[in-house]
Design a protein around this ligand. Structure first.
Ligand code: FCB
Length: 463
């Protein structure tokens, strides 16, 4: 395309959320407990002692939230289904009232002319399944498939695009190695077993969704990291290879190529013998995708050691490594950061899209999350002048647009997030919305970034 301000005509403009982050109503209509309800009750785990209530009370306010989506000219809305609303015990008896909520949500979206894009697992595992072993236990993958089939049968006549799991790396590593996300475990063996069963669950769920016979297109939402060696030394390059292996290829190779990467299995031999892999698993995990969802926020630079580096720029790399072998460190580039402390570097999004387009063999790509937290204030004029967020979106969308020019089959983009919401361990302190939420009154105000995005979505051109 020669007009660099314009996107392809059929480019899909959306926004994303997740059940636990927005719904609230955690005990309504027979919803069971999730691991995030439990985790949030542990003192010190969530900033400010915040919990999943009230969040955005979206469970009750979805009609007016969908009206807002219309105001924003969204063509699609990515939401997640809360497993414990559908199966309060994770399996067994269906809670029809919980399923009915998503039925109403989907119908209301369609009436508004907005495509529903459903994620089945955005981290709210039913607590009963955690008690039975959680993702490190193989049965959880099978219960997930049963849940996928149930939701697919209920909504699959109207929901055409499904994402099985959201960011399996976060579930496995933040939840089972670092312990900063639910369920808060810290065990390298559990982390790898959870990784395997999340990916197996993905494959089984993809098959279950397709078996319902709806017009199903299935993908998953993967947070590929850009790992760049800090310097040209052989040690830094090796550190980056190892970090890329654990952070990216451990997830993409089974799903896209049907095998675990040999170098990663070797790197991790002290941690696990991978004996959780059974015959046929990799075939299931690599069930062909219809599309790949890409979540991107910020790239990471990795060095082999902190020697000779400015200590102020170095942080540990426990999040990319499992404690075996030499340590890598993260090195900041000294770029501006968001309220999350994440560096802003849109070239990272370009790199991720180019690489995944190559690795995924030509299937459609969608950015299923991209966005930023900044400290917003509602000013006297009743508005939120979040020009920092608008600039972030524009820079990343220009990078995405360049990726289209470079031949990447990028078909759409979902901003994270529609609404300010419960940002996991950060509670309500970090605001990612295109729409500001006053949690005390539940009043919504479209931010300036939201107005800008609405114009882009309406015209398909940079305003
Ligand atoms: C992603 C999560 C999403 C949100 C953003 C900021 O990792 O998928 O729920 O918290 O980060």
């Amino acid at each position: 395309m020669n007009d660099s301000n314009a996107f392809p005509d059929d480019f899909l403009w959306g926004a994303a959320t997740a059940s636990f982050q927005i719904e609230g109503a955690t005990t309504a209509d027979g919803r069971g407990r999730s691991i995030w309800d439990t985790f949030a009750e542990i003192p010190g785990k969530i900033l400010g002692g915040d919990t999943g209530d009230p969040a955005d009370d979206h469970y009750h306010r979805y009609p007016s939230d969908i009206a807002l989506m219309r105001d924003l000219n969204l063509g699609a809305y990515r939401f997640s289904v809360a497993w414990p609303r559908v199966f309060p015990e994770g399996r067994g008896k269906v809670n029809q009232a919980g399923l009915d909520f998503y039925d109403r949500l989907v119908d209301t979206l369609l009436e508004a002319g907005i495509q529903p894009w459903a994620t089945l697992y955005h981290w709210d595992l039913p607590q009963a399944l955690e008690d039975a072993g959680g993702w490190p236990a193989r049965d959880t993958a099978h219960h997930f498939a049963e849940y996928a089939r149930t939701v697919g049968e209920a909504l699959g006549d109207r929901v055409t695009h499904w994402m099985t799991v959201n960011e399996p790396w976060c579930s496995a590593f933040l939840g089972h190695l670092e312990g900063v996300h639910a369920p808060g475990r810290r065990d390298a063996g559990d982390t790898l077993a959870a990784t395997h069963h999340l990916l197996l669950g993905h494959g089984l769920a993809a098959q279950a969704l397709r078996s319902t016979g709806g017009p199903t297109r299935v993908g998953l939402a993967h947070n590929q990291a850009v790992i760049r060696p800090h310097g040209p030394s052989a040690e830094d390059v090796r550190a980056a290879r190892r970090a890329d292996g654990v952070r990216n290829r451990l997830f993409t190779d089974p799903v896209l190529k049907g095998r675990y990467p040999a170098d990663v299995v070797r790197d991790l031999s002290e941690v696990s013998d991978f004996s959780f892999v059974r015959d046929g698993d990799l075939e299931t995990m690599s069930t062909p995708l219809d599309f790949l969802g890409v979540n991107f926020y910020s790239p990471e630079f990795v060095a082999a050691s902190a020697d000779g580096l400015d200590p102020a720029r170095v942080s540990g790399a426990g999040d990319v490594w499992l404690g075996a072998g030499p340590e890598e460190v993260h090195v900041s580039q000294g770029l501006p950061v968001t309220h999350m402390g994440w560096e802003v570097d849109p070239t990272g999004l370009y790199d991720v899209l180019l690489r995944l387009a190559g690795d995924s063999g030509g299937i459609d790509l969608y950015v299923t999350e991209n966005g930023c937290a900044f400290e917003d204030t509602v000013t006297a004029d009743g508005r939120v002048h979040d020009h920092d967020r608008r600039d972030y979106y524009e820079a990343h969308l220009r990078a995405a647009r360049e990726a289209v020019d470079a031949g990447v089959p990028l078909r759409g983009y979902f901003a994270w997030s529609l609404l300010d919401n419960f940002e996991w361990a950060w509670g309500y302190s970090r605001r990612f919305g295109l729409v500001h939420v006053d949690y005390a009154t539940q009043e919504r105000v479209v931010k300036d970034s939201g107005l800008w995005y609405a114009e882009l979505a309406r015209t398909g051109r940079f305003p």
